[in-house]
Design a protein around this ligand. Structure first.
Ligand code: NDP
Length: 447
């Protein structure tokens, strides 16, 4: 990055937010890659667009007291970052995980702004969460926590203001409890949360949307950049949560063999392909661990270190667990093993060094904000269906998802080629997403 305007902005963010490494990492990556576009558009500097773009409109923090099954009171810290509303109401998931802090909230809200722009739907960027650990809690404890969380959050959100959704630790159960509490407090039924159950306004196809969308994007990327498809490829998937499980299922449907799958307990490897029905039953229905899978499927091997999965020989890598799970050493293993594509299902799973190494070595790379946009896209469909009081079929939703994921890939690809080269999809995604947000910010004046 050599542009003085961008360098000054980054220095300023670094000083103000020095204790926020994830946020700084995301800001650096974006500013660095939008540089050619900013150089062409001096009006962005005169209108102070980038200074405003890197500063969230609002960061709300609040106390979340709740009572466990033994009557003991606990207090967690809740967050909602309303990052950018230039192109629509804030939209982004709620993460429940002990690691949640302002840095992670801001990095996710910032990335979400660009991701939502890429979907082509009118949605701004937001994110929320709490440093609460849902693991090992009873249903009643989860319900009491969700009700308390919403008792504060409800005053900051609304169907035309801010529409939260699921993320790590927040699935259909948590969304249900939060929605129930919102409805009770507001005495109104609106599509204020997405990821709802099908019996109360949820969109069919939302649960699988991020994972399926990731594979549609990857297939198109392989077709255009490598003249092949997922058919016949060996795939490894990290994380067997909402994104990972459905990415694995769709990769298999498209003809690939998922040879390895991980969770926090380790990874399972099976040359002939993981039994995904079994993995899904253990992870989704029983909320169990893959170590249990290994005790049932005798043909697989189990390694208790999930990180070592990156050494497994394969063609396509789908990281779907968490941020910074792939570092430079892992990226070197991909090159050594002849990997042809890495597609990010999780948000920012590759460090900056890993991403650069992957791109430099001409592995087709699908950056998260484009490749995992399928979830928020179908959330956008859910908002439309709620407003229209309609319910589309799975086929309608899946067809729209596939078409739109392919179209996002083509937009990113053309932009990468225009400003640099086809492997620089990070630049392609960042500039494509940023252009629309910047145009809206310019049109709306200083606000
Ligand atoms: P879930 O909580 O459903 O799943 C996360 C999975 O990752 C779990 O299986 C967890 O293991 C596993 N995991 C966590 N840390 C590690 C690790 N270090 N190594 C291996 N596995 C690990 O979350 P989601 O699937 O919803 O989200 C995953 C990622 O995708 C996040 O970055 C999220 O922001 C992003 N994302 C999610 C979307 C969605 O629609 N849900 C949309 C767009 C992005 P265990 O099961 O043992 O806890």
């Amino acid at each position: 990055m050599t542009n003085e305007y961008l360098l000054n902005i980054y220095e300023n963010v670094k000083q103000k937010d020095k204790n926020e490494p994830e946020f700084l990492q995301a800001v650096y990556e974006v500013l660095n890659s939008i540089e050619p576009y900013v150089n062409e558009h001096p009006e962005l500097e005169s209108a102070g667009v980038i200074e405003r773009f890197v500063e969230p409109e609002r960061l709300i923090t609040f106390r979340v007291p709740w009572v466990d099954d033994n009557g003991k009171v606990h207090v967690n810290r809740g967050y909602r970052v309303q990052f950018n509303s230039a192109i629509g109401p804030y939209k982004g998931g709620i993460r429940l995980h002990p690691s949640v802090n302002p840095s992670i909230m801001k990095f996710l809200g910032f990335e979400q702004t660009l991701k939502n722009s890429l979907t082509g739907l009118p949605m701004g960027g937001g994110k929320g969460g709490c440093d609460f650990d849902p693991r090992g809690k009873s249903d009643l404890e989860i319900m009491r926590f969700c009700q308390s969380f919403m008792t504060e959050l409800f005053r900051h959100i609304g169907a035309d203001t801010d529409v939260p959704a699921g993320d790590i630790g927040t699935g259909a159960r948590e969304i249900g409890y939060m929605f129930g509490q919102y409805k009770r407090l507001k005495n109104e039924w609106t599509g204020v949360l997405t990821g709802k159950g099908l019996s109360y306004g949820g969109s069919i196809g939302r649960t699988s949307a991020t994972g399926f969308g990731l594979c549609y994007f990857t297939n198109k990327m392989l077709e255009v950049m490598k003249n092949t498809t997922l058919e016949g490829k060996k795939v490894i998937v990290s994380g067997s949560g909402n994104v990972g499980i459905y990415a694995a299922i769709k990769a298999k449907e498209l003809g690939a063999t998922v040879v390895a799958l991980s969770d926090i307990s380790g990874y399972v490897y099976k040359e002939s392909g993981i039994d995904l029905d079994l993995a899904r039953e253990i992870k989704e229905a029983k909320r169990g661990l893959l170590s249990e899978y290994a005790s049932i499927d005798k043909d697989c091997t189990f390694n208790p270190n999930p990180k070592l999965m990156w050494q497994v020989k394969c063609d396509v890598v789908l990281p779907c667990a968490t941020q910074n799970e792939i570092d430079l050493e892992d990226a070197k293993a991909f090159v050594k093993n002849g990997v042809i594509a890495v597609a990010e299902g999780a948000n920012m799973p590759c460090t900056l060094e890993a991403t650069n190494y992957i791109i430099e070595n001409k592995i087709a790379f699908a950056p998260a904000k484009a490749a995992n946009a399928g979830g928020v896209m179908v959330s956008g469909f859910e908002m439309s269906q709620n407003s229209m009081r309609l319910a589309w079929t799975f086929e309608e939703v899946d067809e729209k998802l596939k078409a739109q994921m392919e179209s996002i890939f083509m937009e990113v690809h053309e932009c990468a080629k225009h400003y640099d080269n086809m492997y620089n999809t990070v630049l392609g995604a960042n500039i494509s997403g940023f252009k629309k947000v910047a145009a809206a910010m310019l049109a709306q004046g200083v606000c």
